[in-house]
Design a protein around this ligand. Structure first.
Ligand code: ZN
Length: 137
């Protein structure tokens, strides 16, 4: 685990908050995510809630970023609708984000206590899928 602290990308939080405020509607879209790609641009997405397990905003964002040619993400944050502020990624998203972007940073914390942590810090003793593929020889 790395416990080093990184600066908080406030523009990223503000962008996610803006999307949450202006694009989330009803029960289908309740969360927004914003990520800073390696080339500096910001990619945004909202969740697609469905009782069968619709994807969180972070997962929609991975596809949205790829559709825009942004395959490397540096930092991600999710913000809830109705001014709920920064919301940490759920367990599934932590696993997926770690597998896609092993060096990703995630903004967590509430209000003025937001901080940037490494994705691995949010998933101690993580299962790393690629470490368990037997055909890798
Ligand atoms: Zn999630």
């Amino acid at each position: 685990m790395t416990t080093q602290t990184h600066p908080v990308d406030h523009e990223l939080i503000q962008t996610a908050a803006h999307v949450a405020r202006t694009r989330c509607r009803g029960d289908s879209h309740t969360m927004a995510a914003a990520a800073r790609a390696q080339d500096g641009r910001i990619v945004t997405a909202v969740n697609a809630y469905h009782f069968t397990g619709g994807p969180c905003a972070e997962l929609v964002l991975i596809g949205t970023a790829a559709a825009q040619g942004a395959y490397a993400l540096n930092t991600i944050v999710a913000v809830g609708d109705r001014d709920r502020g920064v919301v940490p990624p759920c367990g599934r998203c932590r696993q997926v984000l770690l597998d896609y972007f092993p060096s990703l940073k995630v903004i967590v914390g509430e209000g003025t206590r937001t901080r940037t942590v490494h994705i691995a810090d949010l998933l101690p003793e993580a299962y790393v899928w690629s470490d368990h593929q037997l055909d890798a020889e």
